[in-house]
Design a binder for this molecule. Structure first.
Ligand code: TXA
Ligand code: MG
Length: 563
């Protein structure tokens, strides 16, 4: 079969050409053919989604397993009710915020969506791509386009039409060339069918951005780690080896200085290197592909798939890659790298354990923190960090000033008392302030933790989960205790009447909340403080040993909210 090539790169064609060529591509789709199209994430291999035979051919030409469903590409949220049922209001809110854009929502399907598209599931994945050519094609067809990434199954996704031609040339009817993709990794997939949105695949929209709209979301186990044999992932695609370059890949995760040194120590002359700009010089005698600056995860996302394809024509016998941290698009980049490596991951900071501690007042968190210090660990008090940022960070203050004008004096100084009065009186104002501060707090803490190369470190935060700080930890621990025990302790500790202690406790989140959000629970029902100390010490020792073991053997636990 001859593959028609349509050059629609912006600088070379006129609007009329685009209309004509998109029209021709739509005709091919209407006749049951396959056309590759640019999107902002990666190139997609499109078929008319309502034509089951055409969709079947997608699976054939990609060599894609039949049980891996496809995404429906829509022209906007107005099409959602045509193909999805029981759509929660939150789904519309997300679509309003992020569409067109790299966010895919999994919703209950309607029966007009062919079984082959959803691989027989009762849900369907939908998104609206942010690319003028993809949108023009969907509108011209007047129907959704089913499109997986336009690569051969198992290979890195394509971010240029040239790569699509290399993988798909001769197998499909046409390729629309819209230039290189601007995002570079696939869309974020969010399952909206459960009680809380669940991240099935990290991608072009960061978790942080989603959480500003919907609050904390659950991260599926398959995102951060390898599922145990036999366990079925929620997103079928997550079980397959993916994105693989021809030479075997090993990923080095940890602080970038440490990973660079470890790669240098292990490499041989024919090792290809994927590294951050800052470390290029270390590898000047190797074949090297740079991912961009360490802090620029958007650039890393754009260069990721080209990096994985870059060594295909080279004599390299293996590839080593530095892994970004999980901030912003780093989570998606790291996820693709680890999958491309078949989870061959060298944890370069296996000797470093970071514990996140949270829980209500009077439960015994302070005791646990003291124990950690006695064990030689350091403790970061996030309450202090919060206040220090409010004192010192100009950019943060600028943002706070925009929404809390009344809390600033005429000469622009923050009046803490006024700010306090405002946020304690209104929950939504408090939530807003928190959201702003957390945006600065997470990177700040990530930098501080990045400097911890080995040893034990505890992050103490009441809002460990909501702030996103929990994701920086190897394990999160909820310290809980029966209400009566807490009341007694707070009364004695703070010298306040019992009823105030009760009020204070009831104003906080319940133990049940912390329990459901953390990886572990340390319940303080001991008769005496000494007994709790003893129990907590044993708990911590076991936990730390277990975590070290997991890291050493490369089976790092996902930072997931517990099911
Ligand atoms: O950015 C993207 O999403 C690109 C562009 C072309 O839009 N598309 C893409 O498609 O990455 P694909 O087929 O390579 O990945 C789709 C993923 C698979 O992992 C699949 O298992 C998952 O979406 N998926 C599709 N339908 C699903 C459903 N109903 N429930 C859960 N996961 C689903
Ligand atoms: Mg794919």
């Amino acid at each position: 079969m001859e593959t028609l090539y349509f050059d629609l790169r912006a600088t070379r064609v006129k609007q009329q050409d685009i209309t004509e060529k998109v029209g021709e591509a739509a005709r091919i789709l209407r006749q049951g053919g396959l056309v590759a199209m640019p999107t902002e994430t990666v190139y997609g291999l499109g078929a008319n989604a309502l034509d089951a035979d055409a969709v079947a051919r997608i699976f054939e030409v990609k060599g894609r397993p039949q049980d891996n469903p496809l995404i429906l590409h829509l022209s906007g949220q107005q099409w959602l009710p045509r193909y999805c049922a029981n759509i929660p209001p939150l789904a519309f809110a997300l679509a309003r915020k992020f569409w067109p854009g790299p966010l895919t929502l999994v919703l209950k399907r309607r029966n007009n969506v062919p079984d082959i598209v959803t691989a027989g599931l009762d849900t369907v994945a939908v998104r609206c791509p942010n690319h003028p050519i993809a949108l023009a094609l969907i509108r011209e067809l007047g129907l959704p386009i089913a499109a997986p990434s336009a690569n051969l199954s198992g290979r890195p996704s394509c971010t240029t039409a040239e790569e699509v031609m290399a993988d798909m040339g001769g197998r499909i009817h046409g390729v629309l060339d819209g230039g290189p993709c601007t995002v570079g990794v696939e869309s974020t997939i969010l399952d909206m069918t459960g009680p809380q949105p669940r991240l099935l695949r990290p991608g072009g929209v960061s978790i942080e951005a989603i959480e500003t709209i919907v609050g904390p979301i659950t991260v599926d186990k398959a995102v951060t780690g390898q599922l145990p044999d036999g366990e079925r992932p929620k997103s079928p695609g997550m079980k397959y080896r993916h994105y693989a370059p021809r030479a075997p890949l090993t990923v080095f995760s940890g602080a970038p200085d440490v990973t660079a040194r470890e790669m240098e120590r292990r490499m041989c002359p024919r090792t290809g290197i994927v590294c951050f700009d800052e470390y290029k010089e270390l590898f000047q005698y190797q074949e090297t592909y740079s991912l961009g600056p360490y802090h620029d995860t958007a650039e890393q996302a754009r260069r990721l798939f080209p990096a994985l394809r870059a060594f295909d024509e080279s004599p390299c016998t293996e590839i080593y890659a530095q892994c970004p941290d999980s901030r912003g698009l780093g989570l998606a980049v790291g996820n693709r790298l680890k999958r491309a490596a078949g989870f061959r991951v060298v944890e370069c900071d296996a000797q470093r354990i970071i514990l996140g501690l949270t829980g209500g007042t009077g439960a015994g968190k302070t005791t646990v923190l003291e124990l950690i210090e006695e064990m030689g660990g350091s403790v970061i008090d996030c309450d202090k960090v919060y206040h220090r940022l409010l004192d010192e960070n100009e950019e943060l203050l600028f943002e706070v000033r925009r929404v809390f004008r009344g809390a600033f004096t005429i000469d622009g100084k923050l009046d803490r008392k006024k700010l306090g009065e405002e946020v304690f009186a209104k929950q939504d104002r408090m939530a807003l302030l928190n959201r702003i501060v957390y945006r600065y707090m997470v990177p700040y803490l990530e930098d501080r933790l990045g400097a911890v190369v080995e040893g034990l470190c505890a992050v103490d935060a009441v809002n460990l989960i909501e702030s996103g700080l929990g994701r920086l930890c190897d394990a999160t621990i909820a310290v809980t205790a029966p209400i009566e025990v807490r009341v007694r302790r707070v009364t004695a500790r703070d010298g306040i009447p019992e009823q105030y202690a009760r009020l204070r406790i009831s104003a906080q989140k319940s133990d049940e909340y912390y329990r459901s959000k953390c990886d572990y629970e340390l319940n303080n029902a001991a008769d005496t403080p000494e007994q709790f100390r003893r129990e907590a010490k044993i708990f911590l020792r076991r936990l730390i040993e277990g975590l070290q073991e997991e890291k050493r053997y490369g089976k790092k636990k996902g930072r997931v909210t517990r099911e």
